[in-house]
Design a protein around this ligand. Sequence first.
Ligand code: MN
Ligand code: MN
Length: 298
Amino acid sequence: MKKNLSLSLIAFTLILSSCEKDPAQVSVTAGINTPPIVVSPVAPPTFATDSTLLLGNPSNATSNTADFSNYLLREGYYSVSYNRDAGRPNWVSWHTQSTDYGSVPRQNDFRANQELPSDWYRAEAFSFGNVYEFDKGHMCPSADRTSSIVANSSTFLMTNIIAQAPNNNQQRWAMLEDYCRTLVQAGNELYIICGTYGEGGKGNSNTLTNTLDNGRISVPAKLWKIIVVLEDGANDLTRVKNTSRVISVMMDNVNTTGTDWKSYRVSVDEIEGQTDYDFLSRVSPTIQSVVEARVDNL
Ligand code: MN
Ligand code: MN
């Protein structure tokens, strides 16, 4: 009994230490016939440095199920505003730094997110149907989360996945993801938020598709992404300045070939205008007004 208890404690510690970023509640199974103990570890507050929502929650998503079109999921490795009736994320927000990069291979375990309320539709790995029409495109990329199997696997929850035109996903969107990792490897940490807008995209057949899985999954019309670049350091919120580099893009969800993402750059103000979200809302309004009006041109 004593031995079992100490083993449980070891397992418990391992589970806790595997939750690197703003861990949500952790369930620990204490024994076969006892109910799971729900433990609230000392989690960094939502807006702690390096947390996924440090720079803000652009749509004020909440974990109230009545907020079904703007439902907050905190996966630890990223946060999501999920839209039940669209069957897709509105946005996904995360932080990335060099310690997020390891040697864990791509897990490819696309799966339904069991954290969604049980009476809500949950997209499964197969719900996109014809796999050649749209890719299962990651919002928080698999390659940004390679420090542990748990971290990588978390990116394959279908609530982090959109129906993305394959050439967009594999070419210019992927190039921008790669570029972000080169910035991290050069000594920066990044706050990234990306998401969807509108309905109707064109996949491999180049025909407009509004929904998949009999209307349960909305195909986005547009994809956008905002990247705040900071040199590695502490107190990140206070280090966002007028001069900080902010890269933002808006792309149609169409199957145009090409790796050039730079010509899709727009201001954050442009994305705010289209989406009605307020990005970087925890940054001072005077700094927001400067960095959000500028279009990156490096
Ligand atoms: Mn992708
Ligand atoms: Mn803003």
